[in-house]
Design a protein around this ligand. Sequence first.
Ligand SMILES: [Zn+2]
Length: 231
Amino acid sequence: MQALASASFVVIGAGGLGCPALLALAAAGARHAIVIDHDRVEAHNLQRQVLYDVGDVGARKAEVAARRLPALHVEPRVQALAPADAPAFVAALPSTGVVVLECTDQPALKFALNDACLARGVPLVVGAALGLRGQALAVVAGRACYRCVYEAPPPDDEVPRCDQAGVLGSGVGQVGMLMAHLALRLCAGDHDVAGQLWALDLLDARVRCLAPAVRAGCPAHGRAAPRTTPD
Ligand SMILES: [Zn+2]
């Protein structure tokens, strides 16, 4: 598929979500990715960050990911992307042929990238997993976005930390794979997958696909650019 061969997948965060997403993209035949992560591999995360092994502890995740996935031609960027950086970061991406995958555990960054990608017409997939629940949402103009569903980031002191709520390897694995699938569908020009909130409940072994409406007054849509489809 020409669109896949020429597409660039921008994976922000190479941890529990980013690792399975990158593996799925590589397995599907994607040929280029940009991986953004400033963290180093840590031993206590290895059970869910499946691109790395004990010999990688202390190395930069983005650089190890690039070595592990040669067919994906990963461009590693060792940088921390702050929410305030999102507009300039997205503006610097090519206007076509790019899909962004938000794979961090930072709610404020998910909202900032939602707004910036909608404003520039860059397709985005946002995911999260904590405890026994996970979600994934593909975002394009004209469909319900991350801000339509969640409105605003919670206060920092109300965000449960991974070491408090727990992260199940199988949970982030499934959400990461689902994020890659949604990104591949967007790459193929299938925007019907956008605006659907995939919600996983691992305790009940249940997956729901919800169809939230575009929220009246959602500020992200007021700034939205026309959709773009990867070439
Ligand atoms: Zn919205």
